[in-house]
Design a protein around this ligand. Structure first.
Ligand code: TMP
Ligand code: ASP
Length: 234
C-alpha cells in the first residue's frame, strides 16, 4: 500500500512497493506567486507527466544522473528516493521574469553566457534569491555539492537548449532541483516541465509555458499539448 509522504503545489509523493523508490503523482493544480494565485487546469498533470518523462529519458540518454526510474501511468512516475537539497537552481539564457524586475532590465535580451541563480526552497519565505555563501551558512549543501550542481545544471542547459531549438522552441530560462540518493550521489530530481521553464516559439514568440497562467493569457493546456506533440516527434 502506498502512503502519501509529501504534497507539493503540483505533485504528490507516495511510497512505493519498492524500497528506496517513490511515486510522483502529477496534479492538475496550477499555482503562481507563491500560491497566491491558484486554479485547476484539467489535464495539466497528465501533460506534465508525459513531458517530464520525455525530458528525463533524453537527459539520461546523455549521461545525466537523475532520480527517474520509469513512467508507470498517465499521472505517475517511479523515482529513486532522494533527499531534496532545498536550493532551487535557475538557469537563464534570455532575460525575463524576476531578473528583469530586480535589475530593471528589458525582457528578451540574450545573455552572453548562461546565468545560474540560487533560491532558497522555502515557501514561508517566498523562495528568496540567495548568494552561494548563504547556502553554506545554512548548511544546505557543501561547496563540492554546489560545484557539481552548477556543472550539471549548465550541461543540462546545453542539452535542453539544443533539443528545444530543434523543435522550434527557445528555452529562455528554467528551474532545477537536485537531491541526494541513498548512495550519497547528487542527482537531478523533481521535474522539468513547462511549469518551471520559459519556452517561447522560435518563429512567433508564442508563450508555451506557465507564464500563460501567470499573465492570464489562457490556453495553458493547449500550449503544453503543443510542447508535448513537438517533443514526441524528437
Ligand atoms: P523567475 O523569473 O520568476 O525567477 O523564474 C525563473 C524560472 O524559474 C521560470 O522559468 C519559472 C521558474 N520558477 C519555478 O519553477 N518555480 C518558482 O517558484 C519560480 C519563482 C520560478
Ligand atoms: N511555483 C510557484 C508557485 O506556485 C511560483 C511560480 O511558478 O510562479 O507559487
Amino acid at each position: 500500500m502506498s502512503q502519501l509522504i509529501y504534497e507539493g503545489k503540483a505533485k504528490k509523493v507516495f511510497t512505493s512497493d519498492t524500497p528506496d523508490q517513490y511515486i510522483l503523482y502529477f496534479k492538475d493544480d496550477a499555482t503562481a506567486f507563491n500560491a497566491q494565485k491558484k486554479d485547476v487546469i484539467e489535464g495539466k498533470g497528465v501533460l506534465n507527466q508525459k513531458i517530464a518523462t520525455q525530458i528525463f529519458q533524453y537527459l539520461i540518454k546523455h549521461q545525466i544522473p537523475t532520480h527517474f526510474v520509469a513512467s508507470i501511468s498517465d499521472r505517475e512516475m517511479k523515482v529513486d528516493a532522494v533527499q531534496i537539497i532545498p536550493v532551487e537552481v535557475i538557469i537563464r539564457n534570455i532575460t525575463a521574469g524576476s531578473l528583469c524586475k530586480r535589475l530593471g532590465i528589458k525582457e528578451g535580451i540574450t545573455l552572453k553566457e548562461p546565468l545560474v541563480e540560487f533560491c532558497y526552497k522555502n515557501d514561508a519565505l517566498g523562495d528568496p534569491l540567495m548568494i552561494e555563501e548563504h547556502i553554506y551558512i545554512l548548511e544546505l549543501a557543501t561547496k563540492e555539492d554546489i560545484a557539481l550542481i552548477k556543472k550539471q545544471s549548465l550541461r543540462i542547459n546545453e542539452l535542453l537548449q539544443k533539443m528545444f531549438l530543434e523543435l522550434g522552441i527557445v528555452l529562455a530560462d528554467f528551474k532545477l532541483e537536485f537531491g541526494k540518493n541513498k548512495k550519497g550521489e547528487i542527482v537531478l530530481a523533481d521535474e522539468i516541465t513547462p511549469d518551471g521553464c520559459r519556452l517561447w516559439d522560435k518563429e512567433t514568440g508564442k508563450i508555451l509555458d506557465k507564464d500563460r497562467f501567470r499573465k492570464d493569457l489562457g490556453g495553458l493546456a493547449e500550449a503544453y499539448t503543443e510542447v508535448l506533440e513537438r517533443l514526441s516527434k524528437f
